[in-house]
Design a protein around this ligand. Structure first.
Ligand SMILES: C[S@@+](CC[C@H](N)C(=O)[O-])C[C@H]1O[C@@H](n2cnc3c(N)ncnc32)[C@H](O)[C@@H]1O
Length: 341
């Protein structure tokens, strides 16, 4: 039975652990860093079966995993730590020879691990080079993962697709562009990547709860015409954009001709049940097969129940393609739907 390190957004590890208990028969789950990182066993499944099962239907709250090949006690001795890192990297021999390897090092808050992530990365990278491999930041054949908890250093090597995310711990980073209107924009950029849904394939978008305009600015950048709905003001830098129409209204009071848009996005800070009724009422404004990207606020602290009830409500008008808690989501998850024909 092999063990893995799993990661979820801060505070959501209990839900990711519960997802694993429900999905992986016989899996044993235990916390490593409260609320965020934990270890779990593959239970009755073989490793490749487990990874296949998780990729077939990705859990909502589990953001990242890596298999544990080796573990050593975590101490504040830099020599012991460097030695353990080198020995593990050296054991990878043929796996990394002639291959690109990304090295991802994370440590729990308060861990005695004596190196910064980049220092530890350099130690492993040196061995990878000696073995004839090429350390790379991204687009790797293998990811070498190191996670230092308060007591133990866990190390593993896996293919990027088997980690659920090829970012360290699933923490997707975007460069903070000059003039970014709101951090909310990162949610839409991450959704585009997570749902494998290039936004430049859409032409006409409806953005509900659009102000101050982070999502709108991404949609405009992708070349779409955008109808932004929000009683609040949009960022002044967007006001005169030739492809933007801002309706300063409550989204509940709107109507459009059927099939007006091929994309609907909604990031309204409102009761998610009201939002589901409002968005469902607007489903006919989407072309058949048009997509929707909607954040579901988890206001009632019962995420599974809320998600189940909201999924039921949305599935009357939409086919639900995926629900995921993105790295950039806080007390919410993001859903991708398609309008039912
Ligand atoms: C989290 S902000 C949206 C941020 C936006 N996605 C961005 O990227 O800048 C939520 C917005 O929803 C708007 N909102 C809440 N209820 C609304 C409603 N019934 N109709 C339209 N907008 C609404 C609020 O005015 C607020 O500006």
């Amino acid at each position: 039975m092999i063990s893995f390190v799993g990661t979820a957004n801060p505070g959501f590890a209990p839900y990711a652990m519960e997802e694993l208990r429900r999905r992986i028969p016989g899996s044993r789950v235990s916390g490593l860093a409260p609320g965020e990182t934990f270890a779990f066993t593959s239970g009755d499944l073989e490793t490749d079966q487990l990874v296949k099962e998780l990729r077939r239907k990705e859990p909502i709250f589990l953001r990242h995993i890596f298999p544990i090949d080796a573990e050593v006690p975590c101490t504040d001795s830099s020599e012991q730590t460097a030695d353990a890192l080198r020995r593990y990297a050296d054991s990878l021999g043929g796996r990394v020879k002639g291959r690109k390897a990304a090295i991802q090092v994370r440590k729990a808050q308060g861990s005695p691990f004596s190196y910064s992530s980049s220092e530890a990365r350099d130690i492993v990278a040196e061995v990878v080079r000696e073995l004839g491999g090429e350390p790379v930041p991204r687009e790797a054949d293998w990811i070498i993962s190191v996670y230092a908890s308060n007591r133990t250093i866990y190390m593993g090597c896996s293919q990027p697709k088997d980690n659920l995310s090829d970012w360290p711990g699933g923490a997707v980073r975007f460069r903070r562009e000059e003039g970014l209107i709101s951090r909310a924009a990162f949610k839409l950029l991450e959704a585009e990547r997570e749902f494998n849904l290039p936004l430049d394939r859409f032409t006409n978008a409806l953005d509900l709860g659009a102000a101050p305009g982070g999502w709108t600015s991404v949609l405009l950048e992708r070349g779409m015409k955008v109808t932004a709905v929000d009683p609040a003001d949009m960022d002044p830098s967007l006001e005169l954009h030739p492809r933007l129409r801002h309706l300063k209204r409550n989204a509940a009071d709107l109507s459009f001709p059927p099939g007006s848009f091929d994309l609907l996005v909604c990031d309204m800070s409102w009761d998610p049940y009201h939002t589901s009724r409002l968005v469902s009422a607007l489903a006919p404004v989407l072309t058949a097969g048009g997509s929707g990207i909607i954040t579901l606020k988890l206001m009632y602290r019962k995420p599974f129940q809320s998600i189940q009830e909201l999924s039921k409500a949305y599935s009357e008008s939409f086919e639900i393609r995926k629900i995921k808690q993105l790295f950039h989501n806080r007390e919410e998850v993001t859903m991708w739907v398609k309008r039912k024909p």
